[in-house]
Design a protein around this ligand. Structure first.
Ligand SMILES: *Cc1c(COP(=O)(O)O)cnc(C)c1O
Length: 500
């Protein structure tokens, strides 16, 4: 039966069941999806810059003007509003001038699978809510574990690297407390570096560790953990009568994209019998690289690994996993509820090993992508982004107006606009202003951060379709904005310099 699309409010008290997805509304569903897909496709066809450049005041006014208590306008009108309000002013990660954060363009099969995830709405918490979906997720976890080199690994999909890291530290805490009778949370120490993701500090706080629980191990000039310094730090922990709970190594630091020396760190952790967690949220794409997998050598000796498929595998947000070397480690925090997953039940209930209860079947997107592109197909795209970054490093290095700051193992470029004669203080001040001018124009999005205590601009190149010429155009906008700021000294002049 075909139910007509209505744009008029339903009469009072009549439930609008014709907006719920069912056999009766399958045609309306097709219409809604087709219309939506057509509008999104039109955005992709016509978008020429990563952001509309609309001011926050303007966007706030648009959002505030919507009456959320008003009568329903029907699906078609609501979806037109989604397009005009959201899509029109969204930030487009696929645009070659989007170079800011760790966001990748997404694979078409993953986006299509996302539509299936939403429509079927499986929850991969208990087997009886997900059936084959749980088996597919477990297969992908086993595949990822195999790529890492875990022979009997386990794991769980999570909402992101932040949650994966939290769960890893939770498991490490339980393990440390269980293996040291009499020890308490306040005794535990987390060894990380200043380049570690902030979620490590945050997790330590959430887990109730002591305020000084996270100790920063000295790094080399590229921000990588020094194994010799780690050995010394572990000795200090012992001398202080504290207990090392975990060493967090990073495979792909958020800013510089550098990989800690995993094998040497693993040696030190083995000698001290300490849990090694490798945060590979960014660097996990190397797992499928045909030319650079060696950068992860030693990751197979970790006890837990964070991977972010939504950073390095061209997956839509959210898609991440925590993978452990011994599947049994996940059980350290298992909880059994009579109504959900009673103890002793033989079914594979993933809620037993997750921090979430109701949980999206995000694994389906990765499944579709792997089947469509093959692991090598994904890996070749990862390699292309690293090759691109290497080429851009050469371009920036050869540019007299720009200073290249730090090498990378992956795909970030850190630099500053500083022609000869421009003093450090002025160059430092320009960083935030240039980023702001470009953002306001919508024409190019770059990030800013600090390296060795000084501000700098950062490109994160995660788009294998982006060319060196594309990045040259972004650098040209940086130069124009910066030069206008230096000359005219104000943001208006710089705005005009980068306007079309
Ligand atoms: C991005 C990032 C995280 C956090 O991942 P989310 O998916 O954003 O939660 C953790 N660690 C590293 C190294 C990262 O780059």
């Amino acid at each position: 039966m075909r139910v007509p699309q209505r744009d008029v409010p339903a009469a009072g008290g009549v439930p609008r069941v014709h907006e719920l997805l069912s056999a009766a509304t399958a045609d309306a569903y097709v219409d809604a999806m087709r219309g939506t897909v057509d509008r999104v496709a039109a955005r992709f066809r016509t978008t020429t810059q990563p952001f509309s450049g609309a001011s926050r005041e303007h966007l706030q006014a648009l959002v505030d003007a919507v009456d959320l208590d008003g009568p329903g306008r029907g699906t078609a009108a609501a979806l037109r509003e989604v397009d005009e309000l959201f899509a029109q002013h969204a930030v487009w990660f696929h645009d070659p001038a989007y170079t800011a954060h760790l966001n990748c363009p997404v694979a078409v099969p993953a986006v299509a699978a996302e539509a299936v995830i939403a429509a079927v709405n499986a929850s991969v918490d208990t087997y009886d809510q997900s059936t084959v979906g749980t088996l597919m997720e477990r297969r992908l976890v086993a595949w990822t574990a195999g790529r890492i080199g875990f022979l009997a690994g386990g794991g769980i999909f999570t909402s992101g690297g932040t949650q994966s890291n939290l769960q890893a530290l939770l498991l490490a805490r339980e393990h440390a407390l269980a293996s040291a009778p009499g020890a308490a949370g306040r005794d535990l120490v987390v060894l990380a570096t200043a380049s570690s993701h902030f979620s490590v500090q945050q997790s330590a706080r959430l887990l109730g560790l002591a305020p000084d629980a996270v100790r920063l191990v000295p790094v080399d000039e590229q921000g990588r953990m020094r194994p010799d310094a780690l050995a010394i730090a572990l000795r200090h922990v012992e001398e202080d009568a504290r207990l090392p709970m975990v060493v967090v190594a990073t495979a792909g630091t958020t800013d510089r994209g550098c990989v800690d020396p995993l094998a040497a760190i693993a040696d030190t952790c083995d000698a001290a019998d300490v849990w090694l967690h490798v945060d590979a949220a960014y660097g996990c794409g190397l797992l499928v690289s045909r030319t650079r997998r060696h950068l992860l050598d030693g990751v197979e000796r970790a006890r837990s690994v964070t991977v972010d498929f939504h950073k390095a595998f061209f997956q839509p947000v959210s898609s991440s996993a925590l993978v452990v070397r011994h599947a049994a480690d996940l059980r350290l925090v298992a909880h059994h509820a009579d109504y959900l997953n009673p103890a002793g039940e033989q079914e594979p209930n993933q809620v037993d090993v997750s921090l979430q209860t109701t949980r999206r079947f995000d694994a389906l997107k990765l499944w579709a992508t792997l089947r469509a592109l093959g692991a090598d197909g994904i890996g070749d795209m990862v390699d292309a982004t690293i090759d691109l970054a290497a080429a851009v490093h050469r371009v920036v290095g050869a540019d007299p107006d720009l200073r290249l700051l730090s090498p990378t193992d992956l795909s970030t470029v850190m630099f500053r606009y500083q022609p000869d004669g421009l003093d450090d203080a002025r160059a430092d001040a320009l960083v935030a202003q240039v980023r702001r001018v470009l953002f306001d124009s919508g024409r190019a999005l770059v990030a800013r951060t600090t390296v060795d205590g000084r501000p700098c601009l950062k490109l994160t190149l995660l788009n294998p379709a982006t060319t060196v010429a594309d990045v040259r155009r972004v650098l040209e906008l940086v130069r124009q904005a910066a030069a206008a700021l230096v000359e005219g000294g104000d943001l208006l002049a710089a705005d005009a310099a980068v306007a079309r």
